[in-house]
Design a protein around this ligand. Structure first.
Ligand code: OGA
Ligand code: NI
Length: 383
């Protein structure tokens, strides 16, 4: 498939992109600030997305019912009862093919689910002066608010603002969190970690390993909460809410609101399929690092978010990235030895990826930005 580069309208080279990026960043007001200022066209920095294979940015290629039947709904509570093997088989099939599944009966208390998204909305809709102190790109701060983590790296900016919180292994002090989210963020993160640990146990079994294998490798030591706010966009056909990417995690657990327009799409069989929210469910997907350690058995599937077409309502989501201790981990991650041996008929083994530390992988991911190219390519071994 030869990628075709296509500017999504008008963002040519005839402007001083760096100055405009700096001015936008210096405002510390994010995309919401532009919307509040009443912009009716999107600034050039948000244009020029690379539209590679797949349909145009604006169109969704399938009805939601199609993707619902492709992305399985899995009942986690069944794993504690007689149906453990059945659940392992369902998770294995999902992780090996579509890379996403909707998890129901996951045990996260509904009060937490109900409170998390509105609190993120409240934070983003606070007056500018309240949000401004949190606006930073300083990765040493555990709580960071900014717009486009890759603003200065990516070819085109996204129509979204994000509040990050590194919640594990060492959570921030409560006072470091904005008041709007203080009462729920860390508790929600703790509940998601429990779910992730159970899922990783079942996925270990799906790989033919002991239940503690993936957790024992430290795949769920760390947890970053990525709280996304997608304001209404005046020209949604000319930009994206989030460019195509796969996740820099072992596992991602996503809570998305019931926004009428949805917005999340997964790239499956070269088509962008809508992934609409399922009430009460958590959407789980395989991240790049799990694809790497599973030697390519589990798929980290590319996805994106279209720009919000609503006139007046922002879309909100919270992505929890399960990872090693992203600041301190020195462990080398590579394809799991048992899997390499099993993958090769002569038993000599063939690793598809080289070893990498999590900080090295993340440095590459961040430096590259969301440029449409999978970060894992860098670590692939030529066969
Ligand atoms: C992400 C992501 C999807 C969404 O934050 O990595 O893919 O629906 N988010 O916000
Ligand atoms: Ni993602």
């Amino acid at each position: 498939m030869s990628p075709t580069e296509e500017a999504a309208g008008g963002g040519g080279d005839d402007y001083d992109r760096l100055s405009e990026l700096k001015a936008f960043d210096d405002s510390k007001a994010g995309v919401k600030g532009l919307v509040d200022a009443g912009v009716t066209t999107i600034p050039a920095i948000f244009r020029g997305h690379l539209l590679q294979e797949g349909p145009k940015v604006s169109s969704s290629s399938s009805s939601s019912s199609t993707s619902l039947s492709i992305i399985p709904v899995i009942d986690l509570s069944a794993a504690d009862a007689v149906a453990r093997e059945e659940v392992v088989a369902q998770l294995k099939a999902a992780a090996e093919t579509v890379g996403f599944f909707q998890l129901v009966n996951h045990g996260v208390p509904s009060e937490l689910l109900c409170e998390m998204l509105p609190s993120v909305r409240r934070f983003n809709e606070e007056p500018h002066e309240v949000k401004r102190p949190y606006y930073t790109r300083d990765a040493r701060r555990k709580v960071r608010f900014n717009s486009n983590f890759d603003l200065f790296q990516s070819p085109a900016a996204n129509w979204r603002d994000t509040l990050f919180c590194e919640a594990a292994p060492e959570p921030p002090r409560a006072e470091e969190l904005p008041v709007a989210v203080r009462h729920v963020m860390l508790e929600y993160g703790g509940a998601v970690r429990e779910v992730a640990a159970r899922v990783l146990g079942l996925l270990s079994e799906a790989l033919g390993l002991s239940p503690g294998h993936l957790a024992g490798m430290g795949c769920a030591e760390g947890l970053s909460l990525v709280c996304n706010y997608y304001p209404p966009c005046p020209e949604p056909d000319l930009t994206l809410g989030c460019s195509r990417h796969s996740d820099p995690s072992f596992l991602t657990v996503l809570l998305q609101d019931s926004h009428a327009q949805g917005g999340l799409q997964a790239l499956l069989a070269s088509r962008w399929l809508d992934v609409p929210p399922v009430a009460g469910a958590l959407l789980v997907n395989v991240g790049d690092l799990l694809q790497l350690v599973s030697n390519g058995r589990f798929k980290s599937v590319e996805h994106r978010v279209v720009a919000n077409r609503s006139r007046d309502t922002a879309r909100v989501s919270v992505a929890c990235f399960c990872n090693a201790d992203i600041a301190r981990s020195t462990r080398l991650y590579g394809p799991i030895a048992e899997l390499i041996a099993a993958d090769d008929s002569d038993g000599a083994g063939r690793a598809l990826y080289r070893n990498v530390t999590v900080p090295e992988f993340l440095a590459h991911y961040d430096k590259k930005g969301l440029d449409g190219r999978p970060a894992l390519h860098r670590f692939q071994l030529l066969q």
